[in-house]
Ligand binder design. Structure first.
Ligand SMILES: O=P(O)(O)OC[C@H]1O[C@](O)(CO)[C@@H](O)[C@@H]1O
Length: 596
């Protein structure tokens, strides 16, 4: 077996700043800063993102800071009953989907309790007052020191699975993962993000407690420089991997994952909403959510036009779906734009594509309807599968297509689809990824031994029945078109469907290929070849090495860059797949998904 060169922990090195590690050192750093202030009374606020273990932070800091009083931000929260009532309409009864909550952190706080907490702070005369938790900065808006304890969403999900954290303002950590995730996705994370954005420019320190026993701290100035540095160069976010009922064995080898796991289904290597960034300061590495970069510098990262259209949201997602020696994904469909907006409050929909990174000879996808499909009959059989346990014969209704390595399958929302066993998909899609209406799950159980939720009612409302065999072949299956060439390279347009806002270009190359962001964020993956190097024609950034299957982001602000084979990749043809947001005149449909 070939040795993997996929980097699971991509770091960005930052010079000129330090990162303090360990509670004692962190406490000393803060005490030092507090002592410098020559004040009798110091209010130290640790504002926490959802998922941070508050007691761990208090325990860690109190030893060195020796505060005269510790206030937990939760004391200013409404009662759990009031909070449950507040969020109910956004959590909804649907087992999977809720509605994006327009709430703010202040909606979770009780005016009277907030006043009591503020009075306590005002009345203290001397010493350090430590205010910790989500909403701490609203209790003490005039803090002497503002520390922000952040938390990447992937880590929050792992904490949900261990029943370590519950939802915002309630002690419900014993709830099922699916409930905790749904409520966090539609409510808690929206609320915390809104609050975070109001504070980012004021952070004195950033605290990373992703690894509970190894807390890290940097100054706000260090974070500022780290984020600025990231905008000048290509970079990668930290990928994460997860098993699933249809998962395969390919990611284990290619990405060097734990061989003892039963399988890995997903590899999320560019979902900036949930991934994190690793910053190396000397010997210590700090982890922060990649969303912090999107929120703080959306225009430089995404580009002016993309920012205008999407606001501070990263609109492109790359992930892997590994079914090598695994099974079929659920037969599924995604909501149309109007549907996702109306039912779930999402600004844009889950338009997808499957780039076939690898495939065995018998690989296939289900895509589009059969020419003679009878909608009522198919729905009737899906319902019978659901209620009476009958096996649904997908091939009687849905077209099944053989596929091979490097095919690109375009999946505009509303198209019934799924990838089959024995392939590896690089999904290049719009960012939303939980809005999957499962129609049929092949009669199998989820990893927890229970059937996974089927969303047939939603599915029925969005299936595009006229996307039958001929339409599928003509419009969404492998629409590859040569668009350019140069010395040692050629460029092809491969997707996405004309109704989607994402454009994809494939470059095959044995020599250097010139690229330019044209003021729009680029996301790329090395889909063929062992290793390549990304360089700046003006040496504006350090050469950046990429390996097979690694996804990387080139900020809009980078401008010109080039890619050529490197190291073990030399002497063979390499290929990259690049995605970016279409702008007029390529994309004529009007879109404005900016919810800012
Ligand atoms: O619902 P399944 O079978 O897990 O499908 C795979 C999932 O991966 C996605 O393609 C997103 O990565 C979703 O559309 C879908 O939920």
């Amino acid at each position: 077996m070939k040795k993997s060169n996929y980097d699971k922990y991509p770091e960005i090195r930052v010079e000129g700043h330090a990162c303090v590690a360990g509670w004692e050192n962190i406490g000393q750093e803060i005490s030092q800063r507090a002592a410098d202030a020559t004040k009798q009374k110091m209010v130290v606020v640790v504002e926490c993102y959802h998922g941070v273990e508050i007691e761990e932070v208090i325990l860690g800091l109190a030893q060195t800071l020796q505060p005269v009083a510790i206030l937990r931000a939760s004391t200013a929260f409404k009662s759990e009953r009031q909070i449950d009532e507040l969020v109910e309409e956004y959590v909804t009864d649907d087992p999977v989907f809720g509605y994006m909550a327009p709430l703010h952190l202040t909606d979770f706080q009780d005016a009277q309790k907030l006043e009591t907490a503020r009075t306590e702070i005002q009345q203290a005369l001397q010493g350090v007052l430590l205010v910790v938790g989500t909403g701490a900065s609203l209790i003490a808006p005039e803090a002497d020191l503002l520390i922000y304890a952040d938390m990447p969403r992937w880590e929050i999900q792992l904490r949900f699975r261990r029943n370590k954290v519950g939802n915002l303002g309630v002690a419900n950590e014993a709830e099922s993962f699916s409930y905790l995730y749904k409520r966090a996705f539609f409510v808690d994370w929206r609320v915390c993000d809104r609050h975070k954005k109001t504070l980012m420019a004021k952070w004195d320190y950033v605290l990373d407690t992703t690894q509970p026993d190894v807390p890290k701290l940097i100054t706000g100035a260090a974070l500022h420089d780290a984020l600025q540095h990231t905008l000048t160069r290509p970079f990668r976010v930290v990928p994460f991997f997860d098993p699933g009922p249809w998962g395969g064995q390919w990611l284990k080898d290619v990405c060097d994952l734990d061989r003892s796991e039963q399988n890995f289904a997903w590899g999320f290597d560019c979902v900036p909403e949930e991934n994190s960034l690793l910053y190396r300061f000397g010997e210590n590495v700090l982890e922060i959510p990649s969303l912090d970069l999107v929120f703080s510098h959306p225009k430089e990262l995404l580009g002016e036009e993309v920012f205008e259209a999407f606001g501070d949201e990263f609109p492109i997602r790359f992930d892997f779906l590994d079914t090598m020696e695994g099974g079929n994904l659920s037969l599924q469909v995604h909501p149309l734009t109007e549907y996702i907006q109306e039912k779930f409050g999402m600004p844009y929909t889950q338009d997808e594509s499957y780039y076939m990174l690898d495939a065995k000879d018998d690989a296939f996808v289900y895509l589009g309807m059969k020419e003679d499909v009878v909608p009522e009959r198919m729905i009737h059989e899906l319902e019978a599968a659901q209620t009476q346990g009958q096996y649904f014969e997908a091939e009687n209704h849905v077209e099944k297509w053989p596929i091979k390595k490097h095919d690109h399958v375009l999946i505009p929302a509303g198209t019934v689809h799924c990838s089959g066993a024995n392939s590896v998909v690089l999904e290049i899609s719009a960012t939303p990824y939980i809005f999957t209406f499962k129609l049929w799950d092949w009669g199998r159980m989820g990893l927890d031994g229970k059937p996974r939720p089927i969303s047939l009612e939603h599915g029925k409302n969005v299936i595009q029945w006229d996307r039958t065999t001929q339409w599928t072949q003509e419009n969404i299956l492998n629409k590859v078109e040569p668009v350019g060439q140069g010395d040692g390279w050629r460029e092809e347009r491969t997707g996405l469907h004309e109704g989607s806002f994402i454009e994809t270009r494939r470059h095959w190359f044995t020599k250097e290929v010139p690229h330019h962001t044209q003021g729009i964020v680029n996301v790329l993956n090395l889909i063929e070849g062992t290793e390549a190097i990304v360089e700046s024609p003006t040496q504006a950034f350090e050469p950046f090495i990429i390996h097979y299957a690694e996804t990387f982001i080139v900020p809009a602000s980078v401008g010109a860059y080039s890619i050529r084979p490197h190291g073990e990749g030399m002497g063979k043809e390499c290929a990259t797949l690049k995605a970016y947001v279409r702008t007029p005149p390529d994309f004529n449909a009007k879109y404005s998904f900016n919810q800012n």
